[in-house]
Design a protein around this ligand. Structure first.
Ligand code: DER
Length: 235
């Protein structure tokens, strides 16, 4: 379908542009777009991939690497990464991203920061002017379970219009991240979302917050696949 085709287009373009022969340590993000990133890397052939190592940003990301028979590495061994490619839930015109729709944003941000180059790939639905325009679920906030009720209260005080603990669908109770934490989804007014760095800083300072799904001034480039088969790049 057109959304999947646009994800593939974004992913293939990003790999062709940024996963060059000299890239040896590669971070793999999470979500439904990154499988096309792995697909394109595999298509570069066993010769170039045999000396590479691939670092996952969570369980799903690890399974992608293992299933593609690529060499799995650990961020403990490779704390410095050449390039990490990941998805996003929404991207504004300054390349700020909302991430965490898949509750993987702690490890995703670690590998984004560890990388010399962090690249985002997404379908056209994520291409936005101001964060919060299309992604209505709110800012994902990973919290220590012990602190979730206090952080919920703090987020309301910060102006969130209705912070909610993210509940599991096929399990009674909240979802639990790969790190054993809960996730709160905190919607904010456009006023706050227009300055994501300030909002990120205010949320991150709340004791009990582990990581915030706002990635500000981190992406070197973002590629969106469009419905007409073209690609939009933001730098
Ligand atoms: O949770 C995340 O940040 C993931 O990268 C995810 O939200 C990306 O979304 P996708 O499934 O549309 O690629």
């Amino acid at each position: 379908n057109v959304v999947e085709a646009s994800k593939r287009l974004a992913a293939w373009t990003a790999v062709d542009m940024h996963v060059t022969k000299d890239c040896q340590v590669i971070g793999i993000g999470s979500g439904s777009t990154v499988p096309y990133v792995v697909e394109r890397i595999v298509s570069q052939g066993p010769e170039v991939n045999k000396d590479r190592v691939f670092i996952p940003t969570g369980f799903q990301s690890k399974e992608l690497i293992v299933d593609a028979h690529l060499r799995l590495g650990d961020v403990d061994q490779y704390p410095h990464i050449d390039v990490t490619i990941d998805g996003a839930d929404e991207v504004d015109n300054d390349l700020n991203c909302i991430k965490g729709g898949g509750a993987c944003h702690l490890r995703e941000k670690v590998l984004a920061e560890a990388a010399d180059t962090w690249i985002v790939v997404a379908d056209y639905r994520k291409n936005s002017e101001v964060l919060g325009k299309t992604w209505k679920q709110g800012v994902p906030v990973e919290v220590a379970p012990f602190a979730y009720a206090k952080v919920l209260h703090n987020l309301q005080t910060l102006g969130s219009t209705g912070p909610k603990l993210r509940m599991a669908k096929m399990k009674a109770g909240p979802i639990v991240s790969d790190n054993g934490n809960f996730v709160i989804d905190a919607p904010f007014h456009e006023q706050e979302m227009k300055d994501p760095l300030t909002l990120l800083t205010r949320i991150k300072m709340l004791t009990g917050v582990v990581e915030v799904g706002l990635f500000c001034h981190m992406a070197k480039a973002v590629y969106f696949g469009n419905q007409d088969g073209s690609v939009t790049a933001k730098h």
